[in-house]
Write a protein that binds this ligand. Structure first.
Ligand code: SAH
Ligand code: SF4
Length: 350
């Protein structure tokens, strides 16, 4: 019999399964806690359950973790990338970053990405499929277990891995709700950040969602011509529409938006580019993160912006009253930096 992953079930689904097995109602909370708090990987570890119930659960359901098919660690050990495999053989890369005061996991929302930004390895590899709610949750539980093994607690989840989260908004929002649920994993709404290339209906949806997470928008340019080239989705949702959606989001949530700008030498890192961004963002409660583009294989024309150009860009934004941070992209040395992730199913290595 093929087993279903327990993480594919909602709380209500699990309650139904247990009822069918004749178990009393309070078992649902026990099993849910075991999966999402104790992070068990085997029903036999749920010692509060009678052994016959454990056996009957194991016959139809699985709590096994995703298979780790590859893992790399940065030289200092604080950034780690795992390649995790789903039942159909597709893989995603999950990056865990430990800082003194927090531990963040960067998760994927899709295998591949249909947006096709030219500077992004995921975009260059094309779209394969959406991830389901349980498949997203499984990445987070993987990271939580890994961190627990190192005596750390997972504190933040960022949707900045592979894929465009707001083109898979149903599953992404369900995963957030699931992981926020105090009956289980219980991670606070503020701990989540959704990064989007600018899917306007998705931003409107986040604005209405009862669980208010952080929003990051990958802006990259302040004028449509250049942004069309850097983020092809801009043709569908141009800057006026995108920034209107951001204003709606702000009016609804009062939560500061992060704008991400990946700077590539000569492409979008000149002073006039910075001025265009400053003009666009004027009056919006926001914060800008600047990241020099990480190199990706086979793209020699897109070089990282030199530090002096990044500093000048930041100075122009700051002078316009926009709080700006220059970020180092964690994980670049293990190809786990922003935009360097791509699906590499087993046996299809480059
Ligand atoms: N699709 C979403 C989230 C995944 S990409 C989005 O685009 O926002 C996460 C972040 O990595 C985005 O801000 C993206 O612009 C950035 N990124 C992509 N390629 C990069 C590269 N080569 N160097 C640095 N950052 C990159
Ligand atoms: Fe997709 Fe984001 Fe990469 Fe663009 S930057 S191709 S939207 S994952």
């Amino acid at each position: 019999m093929t087993q279903r992953a327990l993480l594919d079930l909602s709380y209500e689904d699990l309650a139904r399964v247990l009822a069918q097995l004749g178990a009393p109602g309070y078992r649902t909370a026990q099993v849910w806690r075991a999966a999402y708090v104790e992070l068990v990987t085997d029903f036999d570890a749920i010692t509060t359950l009678p052994s016959d119930l454990r056996a009957r659960l194991a016959a139809g359901l699985s709590v096994a973790p995703l298979a780790t098919v590859d893992a790399v660690s940065s030289p200092d050990g604080h950034t780690r990338k795992s390649v995790l495999e789903y039942a159909d053989g597709e893989t995603v890369e999950v990056v865990t970053m430990e800082y003194p005061e927090r531990a963040t996991v960067c998760v994927s929302s899709q295998v591949g990405c249909a947006v096709g930004c030219p500077f992004c390895a995921t975009g260059q590899s094309g779209f394969v499929r959406d991830l389901a709610t349980g498949e997203i949750a499984a990445q987070v539980l993987h990271a939580a277990r890994e961190l627990r093994g190192r005596g750390r607690r997972l504190s933040n989840v960022v949707f900045m891995g592979m894929g465009e989260p707001l083109l898979n908004a149903d599953a992404v929002l369900k995963a957030i709700h699931r992981l926020n649920d105090p009956r289980g994993f219980g991670l606070g709404a503020r701990a989540f950040t959704v990064s989007t290339a600018g899917v306007v209906p998705g931003i409107e949806r986040l604005a209405r969602d009862p669980v208010q997470v952080n929003l990051a928008v990958s802006l990259h340019a302040g004028e449509d011509g250049l942004r069309n080239a850097l983020v092809p989705l801009n043709r569908k949702y141009p800057l006026d529409a995108l920034l209107d959606a951001c204003r709606h989001y702000l009016a609804a949530t009062h939560r500061r938006i992060t704008f991400e700008i990946v700077l590539a030498a000569g492409t979008n890192d000149r002073p006039h580019h910075a001025r265009a961004v400053a003009e666009r963002l004027s009056g919006i409660l926001c914060h800008v993160n600047l990241i020099a583009a990480n190199p990706i294989q086979g793209k020699r024309d897109l070089r990282p912006s030199p530090p002096a150009a990044v500093r000048d860009f930041a100075a122009i934004l700051e002078a316009a009253g926009i709080p700006t941070t220059v970020r180092d992209s964690r994980g670049a040395e293990i190809a786990a930096g922003c935009g360097q992730l791509r699906a590499r199913p087993r046996g299809r290595e480059p």
